[in-house]
Ligand binder design. Sequence first.
Ligand code: SF4
Length: 107
Amino acid sequence: MHGRPPIDGVWLQSATCASHPHPEWWHSHDPREIDAAVAHCRNHCLVAEDCLAFALATGVKGSVWGGTTQHERTQMLHRNDRLLARGRRFRRASRRSTKGSGNVTTG
Ligand code: SF4
């Protein structure tokens, strides 16, 4: 891992950024280096999904994780929030229409 706090997880043992010759790319502000880190994650790391899941679950800020930038992860979380809110609205509407219909069938 590239200067991150210690994290438990078997997936970390396969984190290819840990042995990359340019670990600073994962923290860079240079778009070319960020792109290179993202490409490395996506093309050479077998644990990118675990890494991304960790970053999303913990809300860690900054750096490249799981082949995503902070901006991309923020977009993912906002999209997820919108989908969850839509799901809640749908379930509420379904309950209201079920209560009102009196046509509930059970399987
Ligand atoms: S996905 Fe990228 S940041 Fe995550 S462990 Fe792999 S190489 Fe490192």
